[in-house]
Design a protein around this ligand. Structure first.
Ligand SMILES: [Zn+2]
Length: 344
């Protein structure tokens, strides 16, 4: 594909750099678990909502694309001028095989299923024959979601050698099982519960994989390959009233590799952002999980965001948006992981 960027000659570069960021388009990844009406509400999208979401994507004229190549393209800054959408399902639930896959397969619409391999064939989960059948379609990608869906960030008090052994096994045995059962396997990993720390990110990097979390936001040139955002699409989060803003959102123009990995040391944690044009503190809006909108302090180009009180959940987020032109928003979600809170 020939992009605008490749068509220009070098002397025009300064002109291009002065263009508003809004000219860039990004990749928006949707994250599903169950697509059904009878499964646990926190992880379920009703079939009628799923169908309405697919219709909105189509009505907005957005292409649904394959996760791996589109992510690498977005990270390189070579994304096309219109946002693209990738669809992902975690845990390989039976409802995805029964309800969502037939809709997507009929349109040959790309999607990725992240599989925790020990669960395959268990009650409520797809079996290997079903995964093999889906993966025989060119538009379907099956990828790694660990062996046993454990919490993979290093636990307080866990010896480093024990952690290496536990996580290496969880990553590598799952990948080998996918290869054995399904053939070639994608270089993609979804962190169980969206939980990661820097050491786990390092393991993803060493394997040349991309690592996907469960914090919201779009993927673009500013994103980081081992902390890639996805928008959760369960009923509580995937309603049509907010979906358009998500589908048209853009990666927050701050280098995501310089943000914290989110492991909480002080609670409430503090997030400092250095804003550069076109960002301004006066147009920034931030929210904390369960607390709604929160204030932040600003001093020239630096803002410091901190919830007004400690948060008890194991995982919580600060989400910030900023207008990006043409009615779209830059979207930042900083996930925090409180390792002292019980594992779920
Ligand atoms: Zn999962």
């Amino acid at each position: 594909m020939i992009t605008f960027r490749k068509l220009i000659s070098l002397p025009a570069l300064s002109l291009i750099m002065a263009l508003p960021y809004a000219a860039k388009a990004d990749l928006v990844v949707l994250q599903y678990h169950h697509v059904a009406d009878s499964t646990p509400p926190a992880t379920s999208t009703s079939l009628s909502l799923f169908e309405a979401q697919m219709k909105m994507i189509s009505d907005l004229g957005l292409d649904v694309v394959s996760l791996g190549p589109a992510t690498r393209e977005a990270l390189s800054g070579d994304a096309p001028q219109t946002n693209q959408v990738a669809i992902t399902f975690d845990d390989a639930y039976e409802s995805v095989y029964n309800a969502a896959a037939p809709i997507l397969d009929q349109k040959q619409m790309p999607y990725t299923i992240f599989v925790n391999t020990d669960a395959v064939g268990g009650p409520g989960y797809m079996d290997w024959a079903e995964l093999k059948e889906l993966s025989s379609n060119d538009w379907v990608t099956i990828a790694n979601h660990s062996i046993g869906h454990g919490h993979l960030a290093r636990r307080s008090g866990e010896a480093e050698a024990d952690w290496h052994k536990r996580t290496n096994r969880s990553l590598d045995v799952a990948q080998k099982m996918l290869e054995k059962q399904l053939g070639a396997t994608a270089q993609l990993f979804a962190y169980p519960y969206g939980e990661y720390d820097e050491a786990l990110e390092q393991k993803v990097t060493e394997r040349d994989w991309l690592g996907f979390g469960q914090q919201s936001g779009a993927i673009g040139h500013y994103s980081h390959g081992t902390r890639l955002p996805r928008f959760p699409m369960a009923n509580a989060y995937g309603q049509l009233s907010s979906l358009k803003d998500k589908l048209l959102s853009k990666a927050f123009p701050i280098d995501a590799s310089r943000l914290p990995d989110g492991v909480v040391s002080d609670n409430p944690p503090s997030l400092t952002l250095k804003l550069e044009a076109p960002l301004s503190a006066s147009r920034l809006t931030c929210f904390a999980s369960g607390l709604g909108r929160i204030n932040f302090s600003a001093s020239s180009d630096t803002v410091t965001i901190q919830a007004p009180k400690a948060l008890n959940a194991r995982r919580f987020r600060y989400n910030c948006t900023h207008p990006a032109g043409n009615g779209s928003f830059y979207w930042l979600s900083q996930q925090w992981l409180n390792l002292d809170a019980p594992e779920d």
